[in-house]
Design a protein around this ligand. Structure first.
Ligand SMILES: [Zn+2]
Length: 498
């Protein structure tokens, strides 16, 4: 936060909510945008000056869906589906210490800030149960990096092998014993921890706020969902879940509940404007209508969906149904980068594979709005960040218009979405404070972070090697069952107790 006001002059400013780019000067005071002014307008005498000539100034991108605990797992998987990714979760994202929470939040923040992302929704897994200390440490990692975040503990009272009806029973007896030995802490313990996380949150909630992430509908019992909803209401915390991310989840939802996962959550009274549904690939028209009616957001994660072969989310139809859509990278284990520029490009191209009619596509302006305003809405921070207007935080990214990506300059938003990869960034500001300048992180000692991260990756994966070996041995059975289910060769029994 700057003590003196800051006058940003001479820039070309991109306004995502208006789909417009125009020359404008910005006055920043107390970390907020105090005024958006015509070029050359008078500024307070005492204002510090920042020359933005030959710069495109845009609001910081907002990552609507990521997982910092998996920042350690970049590049680790070869060809996993979502189900194999979840099966391997105990060794890719397990065995981490409290100190690792902070380290991995810093690692996530480092990559996102360098790539022009100033806020994120982080769903954090701690096994066997979430802890206040773990979530507070994650939040500190973001705060110290100078980044804004929602930090939500991932919650479940069923393991992956319990969640898919018939999966556990399809495994050999010794494999069943092995997966049965992987236990969660129980939902009473998790809800008690969440109550403390929300009640005792020690940080400024406009910078880093707590949320709740019942991770996957099938992984949470009805009672657990009700407990999460009650806590969210009591503390005004946003909620986030992975909804119908894979075909297997959609089929398993029908088998377990006799209805879609969305209808099931609606029946439980979970869906509301504070809920973000991640992925939403296997939704039908009735599901979209429910999500729209309840005012939910969707976090669209195209790079993860490609990497895991999960399918293609029908985002144009979501938008037509009136659903607010934000963009996310998802975890480094299933989308090895945290680059919203890459995500924007994929999100823009994807609908073009589904229709020959350009009227059905999403434009670069639609996509830019999603990666800023739409994602900020998913975080519940639409009154804090995600756009350039008076009163919002000065979360700003400055790009050099002299780079090859913007030369010649024809349409800055088209070139942002379709040509830029983050290399034109010269400065990133969060709340009026510069946290990246000329490719350097100002609030993070990157060489020290890198050394520690490499060291911890070696230590953690060495310690997790026995678990990796046992899960790898079971993997073919899990894959056979799940692929068979997706291909229709294996059918699930009818509805099970929920
Ligand atoms: Zn995720």
């Amino acid at each position: 936060m700057t003590a003196r006001p800051l006058a940003i002059r001479g820039g070309l400013v991109a306004f995502p909510s208006q789909g417009e780019v125009r020359p404008a000067d910005l006055l920043v005071a107390d970390g907020r945008i105090a005024a958006v002014l015509p070029p050359g307008a008078s500024m307070p005498e005492d204002a510090e000056r920042l020359d933005a000539s030959d710069r495109l100034v845009m609001p910081g991108l907002v990552n609507a869906h990521t997982h910092s605990h998996l920042a350690i797992a970049k590049g680790i998987s070869r060809s996993w589906t979502l189900e194999l990714h979840l099966h391997n979760g105990p060794w890719t994202g397990g065995g981490q210490s409290l100190a690792d929470r902070y380290l991995l939040a810093q690692a996530s923040a480092a990559e996102m800030l360098l790539k022009g992302c100033t806020a994120c929704y982080d769903l954090v897994l701690e096994l066997p149960s979430p802890s206040p200390e773990g979530m507070f440490a994650t939040a500190s990692g973001y705060l110290d990096a100078g980044m804004r975040a929602v930090v939500a503990p991932m919650l479940a009272d069923r393991t992956f092998w319990q969640a898919i009806p018939g999966l556990r029973e399809a495994l050999p007896a010794d494999a069943q014993a092995q997966v049965d030995a992987i236990r969660l802490g129980g939902h009473d313990i998790a809800l008690e921890a969440c109550q403390r996380i929300l009640a005792e949150w020690p940080h400024d909630r406009t910078r880093v706020r707590p949320g709740l992430a019942p991770t996957i509908p099938l992984h949470c019992s009805d009672d657990f969902w009700a407990g999460c909803r009650a806590l969210a209401d009591r503390y005004g915390a946003p909620m986030h879940t992975h909804l119908a991310e894979s075909k297997i989840q959609a089929l398993a939802g029908q088998a377990r509940y006799g209805m879609s996962l969305t209808a099931h959550l609606d029946r439980l009274g979970i869906l509301a404007p504070d809920v973000t549904a991640a992925h939403g690939i296997w939704l039908d028209a009735a599901d979209l209508e429910i999500l729209a009616k309840r005012g939910c957001s969707v976090a669209h994660n195209p790079s993860s969906n490609f990497r895991l072969g999960s399918g293609v989310a029908d985002v144009p139809t979501m938008v037509s149904a009136g659903i607010r859509v934000g963009l996310g990278s998802d975890a480094c284990s299933c989308s090895d980068h945290q680059n919203l520029f890459e995500v924007m490009r994929l999100a823009c191209y994807l609908p073009r594979t589904a229709s020959f009619d350009p009227e059905d596509w999403l434009t670069p302006r639609d996509i830019f709005e999603m990666a800023t305003c739409g994602s900020a809405r998913a975080l519940g921070l639409q009154d804090v960040t995600g756009d350039i207007r008076r009163g919002l935080a000065a979360d700003l990214v400055f790009l050099d218009l002299g780079t090859v990506n913007f030369t010649p300059l024809n349409d800055a938003i088209h070139q942002l979405v379709l040509a830029e990869e983050g290399r034109s960034i010269t400065r990133v500001m969060v709340g009026g404070r510069t946290v990246v300048q000329d490719g350097r992180l100002l609030a993070i000692d990157y060489p020290a972070l890198r050394a520690r991260l490499n060291e911890r990756a070696r230590e953690i994966f060495a310690a997790n090697a026995p678990r990796k070996a046992s899960l790898s041995a079971i993997e073919p059975f899990v894959s056979h069952f799940c692929v068979g289910l997706a291909q229709g060769r294996i059918e699930l029994a009818g509805s099970l107790p929920s």
